[in-house]
Design a protein around this ligand. Structure first.
Ligand SMILES: Nc1ncnc2c1ncn2[C@@H]1O[C@H](COP(=O)(O)OP(=O)(O)OP(=O)(O)O)[C@@H](O)[C@H]1O
Ligand SMILES: [Mg+2]
Length: 263
């Protein structure tokens, strides 16, 4: 078998607060091939963001190993870009300057910077707003800038933590389309956290359904819906209906188990 691109082996994460220990992740085993679009889906608190933080190198596992492209992760790196729910941008810079920032930091050639910035301004529909300051643009446009700034560095992995969670429904659909197009052009490996089952079925090749207390993988679901997908063309399909029903059943069971745990 070829080596998986991302590999989590028996990962456990315990957070210590004062004298209490909170086992947030237990026995996480996951192998992801290069170029796959993976959604992490699961109830609040089941450790989705913690998995992304471990892959980003912001946190270290308590036990177990994490490999990306055969290397152990020890720190954040430009091979892994992170996009959060609230875009982390520089408000005093323009849209264009924000997108260029990481390329300038990495001392890329000016010609390359100019070409790549143009390409991603076009791809994300931001060309008309390139000279706007961040405080002058909407939340949806800020997320477009965050997307462009992540893709422009051509990371090996894109880690996205509910990137569209704070957007209105219409903007969200447009952002899902933009993201899908960027992914189809580049085939970067994506780990995308969401609470939205429809969104996961629209975007993912594979859904990792998580459960809580402690956080673990409840199910690993392949999504074989043909691409290009839109919510109106996938929603009537049998695979969509059955997978959504299956996910809802597991989630309902897990949420009532978590409520029992809390009380
Ligand atoms: N740095 C930290 N220190 C202590 N506890 C933490 C830390 N980060 C996360 N936790 C705890 O770990 C658990 C899982 O948190 P995490 O943020 O990974 O969940 P999540 O699945 O992303 O939830 P949500 O859907 O609400 O974003 C929670 O109980 C949280 O309080
Ligand atoms: Mg989270």
């Amino acid at each position: 078998m070829t080596q998986p691109f991302i590999e989590l082996n028996n990962v456990q994460k315990i957070f210590k607060q004062n004298k209490t220990e909170n086992t947030v992740l237990e026995d996480i085993n996951l192998k992801i091939p290069e170029g796959q679009f993976v959604c992490l889906l699961g109830p609040s608190g089941c450790g989705k963001s913690t998995i992304l933080n471990l892959l980003a190198g912001f946190e270290k596992p308590t036990l177990g190993e994490i490999y990306v492209d055969g290397q152990t992760i020890s720190a954040p790196g430009i091979d892994r870009a992170v996009v959060f729910q609230q875009a982390q941008l520089f408000p005093w810079l323009t849209v264009k300057e924000n997108i260029q920032f990481p390329l300038k930091q990495s001392k890329a050639e000016p010609k390359y910077i100019a070409e790549q910035t143009e390409y991603y301004l076009e791809k994300t529909g931001l060309k008309k707003f390139e000279n706007h300051r961040i405080w002058q643009i909407s939340g949806g446009m800020k997320q477009r800038v965050a997307l462009a700034r992540a893709w422009v560095m051509k990371p090996k992995i894109l880690l996205m933590d509910e990137p569209f969670g704070a957007l209105d429904a219409q903007t969200r659909i447009l952002m899902q389309e933009t993201l899908t197009q960027l992914w189809q052009d580049n085939k970067t490996t994506v780990l995308f956290v969401t609470h939205d089952i429809d969104e996961s079925l629209l975007l993912a090749d594979r859904i990792i359904l998580m459960a809580g207390h402690p956080g673990r993988i409840a199910e690993d679901i392949q999504v074989n819906l043909p691409r290009a997908r839109s919510i109106e063309n996938i929603a009537p399909q049998q695979e969509f209906i059955e997978t959504k029903k299956h996910i809802l059943e597991i989630m309902r069971k897990e949420v009532s188990r978590m409520i029992d745990y809390i009380h």
